[in-house]
Design a protein around this ligand. Sequence first.
Ligand code: SF4
Length: 424
Amino acid sequence: MEKVLLRRVPEYNPEFIRKIITEGMDELGIEKTTRENITIKPNVVLAHHKLAPSAFTRPEFLDGLLMSLQKLQGPNSKVTITEKSGTGLPTSRMFRRAGYRRLKNLHGIKLLPLEEDKKSRIPLSKGTVHETITTGTSIADNDFLVYAPKLKSNVLSHGLTAALKLNIGILLDRERMWNHNFKLDQKIADLLEVGLPDLVVTDAIEAAVGGNQMTQHGVHLGLIILAKNPVAHDAVCAHILHLDPKKIPYLSIAHLRGYGPLDLSEITIGGDISLEEIQKTTKTWDLGLKKVDQVDTGMKILCGLPYCSGGCHGVFLDWLYMIKDRKPKLWKKLPEWTVVIGKYKGDVCADRLMKIGSCTEIQGKVKARKQVKIKGCPPKHKDLVLFWLLRGRIINPLLRLDLIIDSYFFLFLSWCRRLLSGRL
Ligand code: SF4
């Protein structure tokens, strides 16, 4: 039986968080031996005070976690926080925007953007999408790996972002987007071979649900979730969000590969709040989990095959939700485009037609005044943002001067640092 602990934590109080995590580690039977290399992997896919205030593991949470990990450290122990942010932004900027710089000074830890780490190329024996992956040495070589996800909903991954989905952030940009399509579930399961944490401690004090995985709004839940087994952990997280873990394919694949249980009969849930009580709070939460052609906007969306919830279909839904989250007035009056995604069977008659995804084609007659195509399998968020700006005259919430400076100027600086240190 794997154990998952649910603990009440009403607010982001680092001292109280320390106490809860320390008690949890004792209850889970984490040995108190000294670890020389401790790596913590939080979720910092995007951090921005206005645009994405609830997308990342909060610094107060990591403060409490770092204090609780002190009992595993000797005089020579090193603690590293590593991550690779999304949307092509440099992680160093996201660490700063997330408020992690203070932790570096306070705890004497290393903040290491994964792209600036030494790289290790690792063969995977169970991989069906990846035969090898390249990741940072701090992920590949440590003696205690702690995952500190943020509990969020995510339309790209069947409604849930918790411990397993966090592994997308152990990849660099090129491998990250490679097969981020209908194979995303196998891809996530493959990554467990390298990204298999010794401890998962989830920040669910404030969860984030209902929209784009980066820009959606936070909702108070007052909870920390602790487990040694990431699959059992995610199965319980799925139930918290009223999802069936057996219908989340990457969890089922991970279970079939022997990484952990999915059925609650094989999981002991401990702590000081029951799953049923939490579910009463979350039962009215709308995760926004629907097909992209079912969202109600001014656009007409035609879905072809394959339906890639982790690829073009999901990425476009996520792009639409970003507008819903942060520009609700624009969401109500999006310009009338017809959008086709995947191989669509049927005739299309439109004024303006946008085809999204390299494989997209219309198997029928097409009549349109204007036609454009965004390539990629799937296209990057950055490309979608720029394409819709230039071709569709839609200003996405990501188009902010500070993020543009991060995306180009600071990305260039990060690239120079990597070049000079030989870690490109
Ligand atoms: S290009 Fe085609 S296969 Fe690739 S993510 Fe898009 S819809 Fe899926």
